[in-house]
Design a protein around this ligand. Structure first.
Ligand code: ATP
Ligand code: MG
Length: 688
């Protein structure tokens, strides 16, 4: 991408200063934190690390030998101790750790003391199954409290967890188990989903029947009960629907309930080296074959702890709800490690947002008094599509802060989130980061930052992000970044700097950075460290505006080249979503003999928008007016669904395959393969 990138966002001039009432009790109120961190990032991160419990202090804060970083070298700690035991020791044993709501309506309130007991028992069970320090344990569970317990139990004894999202197929599970060489698998009979049951045990059995020779034991959580039996839910008894239960294999399969019942609650936390591996997690697979990202303990815990506290303005009485599943990095960093290292109280929810009705999320917020909500643009656009009537049914006045992660958020979706969910009163933190970065990298600090819809604003204190050109030239507008500081202090607005567009790069090591790709050092260097000689390449395009604000423009691979102009798919999508009738859009460049690439748009209308004949022309005109005639889509296809990863991201590469008549690439991480198949069929029908 070059600097010719069109500037749709320059039209986005809405700005939202932090509300006075919010600032009054905000954790961070002084922009000085940016200057302090910038002056000496390594000692700044040390000051965060010192807020954790260490069994032994580190002797060297950072050892950096590109691309290998080691943080807090020589230090010894345990992540589970920091997330659980130290809070109990500090008298917070009765504080609620989880308000865990099942889709079937059961609710459990679990205090930190109980988390400590459950995790210790489970850790002892893992030991009895032969798990020792450094072994990999694959976790394939629904989003119930036992999922974080499982992760923490591994951390407690120094085993490496590899969580696989409970919606993945047998083949995807097999691939991940084999890549990590996992010894033990933790799963459940099933999980409640959309009123039915996801048969996890049966899927796991299938995975194990087609491979996975390293798995010796399978610990099976009794979550839903036998098919056709009844279970006790909060709102009465419930019949368990028929599902494939899977066959019990004696000698391999172990009952979770029985094993835990006889296990001791006494299990000391293993002192771990700061650089020992905490976990492996496979990326979402939006761009290709998933990568097994490796994270270590000390640095990762430090950055998740710090970013949770400041970005989400942690207050001890908060009820935090991150809607991500622990199968994704967001669930690792902002359900387990970040919030729990801060002794937060949080909601976790097992099921889908439309069960039994499309108001489920808002009912949960009302029921538990959620104060901080962290969700994804894909969810927000879905709620927009369903309409305002659902959130309007509930009292959302407990909310005080909103967050977004996973994709660039279209300005219209941002404004909808702000108005309809946040009642116009809650700041929004749009957080940019990746599985690889481990923790939030670019985000507002809600008590300081004036936000602009669609911009993730500024790198977190202590993080150095740059804008690079294709050839590696650093064009980061320093003036803009410093100007932002002055703005933040309320001084006279500085002269606007020059806007710069290019590729995002990270120039300095950061504590939560990935330590590699599991078993594939060559791919690690190739994917992240070969684009620029001395900086990390995350793969995303960025623009920095005249005020030094970062606008993430999606994947570099998704940028279109139309008649010699670089146009970001994200900008055209946002222009489409800006139209009152559009809920969601995916834009791709397809090969075109004359222009190089032509713009194809796949559009989902909001519930109730009539499909008028003139609509395609109207949408094209809308984009032309928002961005410029060059960005006008050549074709518009209306559809009911878009191909998405299981984490909800649009898979543009598959749409390109469809539009260019190619065989579909890797579809194993697709949420619903039927969606892309039916698009392909319709497309070919139209073409033919
Ligand atoms: P793969 O790497 O396998 O293709 P993935 O990149 O989708 O999958 P994740 O690590 O879950 O896997 O997603 C990180 C990516 O999500 C980022 O690189 C970026 O493209 C996008 N992203 C996340 N948060 C934001 C945000 N706030 N604004 C813009 N983009 C975001
Ligand atoms: Mg990625």
């Amino acid at each position: 991408m070059s600097q010719q990138t069109l500037g749709a966002y320059l039209d986005e001039d809405r700005a939202f200063p932090p509300p006075t009432a919010f600032v009054a009790s905000a954790r961070v109120r002084k922009p000085q934190v940016y200057r302090d961190a910038m002056a000496d990032p390594v000692s700044y991160w040390e000051s965060w690390a010192k807020q954790l419990d260490w069994f032994e202090a580190w002797h060297t804060a950072l050892r950096w030998n590109l691309p290998d970083a080691q943080w807090f070298v020589g230090g010894k700690l345990n992540a589970c101790h920091n997330c659980v035991d130290r809070h109990v020791a500090a008298g917070l044993g009765e504080k609620t750790a989880f308000l865990a709501e099942g889709e079937n309506g059961d609710v459990r309130s679990i205090p930190y003391r109980q988390v400590q007991d459950e995790v210790s028992k489970l850790a002892n069970v893992l030991k009895s199954l032969g798990v020792t320090k450094g072994d990999r344990v694959c976790v394939y569970l629904p989003m119930v409290a036992e999922l974080p317990f499982a992760m923490l139990a591994c951390a407690r004894i120094g085993a490496i967890h590899s969580v696989v999202f409970g919606g993945f197929s047998a083949e995807a599970l097999r691939e991940r188990i084999e890549d990590a060489g996992a010894k033990v698998l933790l799963t459940a009979d099933g999980g409640w989903r959309r009123g039915g049951v996801t048969p996890l045990k049966a899927i796991a059995d299938e995975a194990l029947s087609i491979g996975c020779p390293t798995i010796s034991k399978v610990l099976v959580l009794e979550r839903v009960g036998a098919p056709g039996s009844t279970v006790q839910a909060a709102n009465g008894t419930k019949l368990v629907p028929t599902y494939e239960a899977g066959a019990w294999r004696e000698g391999r399969d172990v009952s979770w309930k029985e094993a835990v019942a006889s296990a001791s609650t006494d299990c000391p936390c293993e002192p771990m080296d700061s650089e020992d591996t905490l976990y492996i997690l496979y990326t979402s697979g939006s761009t290709g074959k998933p990568k097994g990202i490796v994270h270590s303990i000390g640095g990762y815990l430090t950055q998740t702890y710090a970013t949770y506290q400041w970005v989400f303005d942690h207050q001890p009485e908060d009820v935090f709800w991150c809607t991500a599943d622990c199968g994704w990095v967001t669930g690792h960093s902002y359900v387990v490690y970040g919030p729990m290292a801060n002794a937060a109280t949080q909601v976790i929810y097992e099921g889908t947002p439309d069960t039994p009705d499309k108001d489920r999320f808002w009912r949960i917020i009302e029921r538990h008094g959620v104060t901080v909500l962290y969700t994804a643009p894909t969810a927000i656009r879905t709620f927009m599509k369903w309409g305002e009537e659902y959130p309007r049914r509930c009292d959302l006045s407990s909310l005080r802060l909103l967050g977004s992660v996973g994709e660039p958020i279209n300005p219209e979706a941002w404004v909808w989130y702000h108005e309809v969910i946040g009642g116009g009163r809650c700041p929004i933190v749009d957080t940019w980061w990746q599985t690889e970065t481990g923790a939030i990298m670019i985000s507002p600090l809600p008590g300081i930052t004036t936000t602009k819809p669609g911009s993730a604003t500024q790198p977190f204190p202590g993080i150095s992000c740059a804008v690079m050109l294709e050839g590696g030239e650093d064009v980061t507008p320093i003036q803009g970044a410093l100007g932002y500081m002055q703005c933040a202090r309320g001084e006279t607005a500085p002269a606007r700097g020059e806007e710069r567009g290019g590729i995002l790069a990270i120039r300095q090591p950061w504590p939560g950075m990935l330590r590699g790709i599991w078993g594939d050092p060559a791919r690690f260097r190739d994917v992240y460290w070969s684009k620029f000689p001395d900086a990390y390449f995350p793969g995303d395009g960025v623009k920095v505006d005249g005020d030094g604000y970062f606008w993430l423009l999606g994947r570099v691979d998704d940028v279109m080249l139309v008649s010699g102009h670089n146009i970001s798919t994200m900008e055209v999508e946002s222009a489409l979503v800006d139209h009152q009738g559009v809920a969601e859009a995916a834009v791709i460049g397809r090969a075109d003999a004359i222009k190089g690439q032509a713009i194809a748009a796949f559009v989902i209308l909001k519930a109730g928008t009539p499909m008028a004949d003139g609509l395609p022309a109207e949408l094209k005109a809308h984009v032309a007016q928002k961005i410029g005639p060059i960005a006008k889509p050549d074709d518009i296809h209306f559809c009911a669904d878009l191909p998405k990863t299981r984490s909800g991201k649009i898979m543009r590469r598959l749409l390109r395959d469809v539009a260019e008549g190619r065989a579909l690439g890797d579809t194993t991480t697709l949420a619903d393969p039927a969606v892309v198949a039916s698009l392909k069929e319709r497309y070919e029908h139209l073409e033919g």
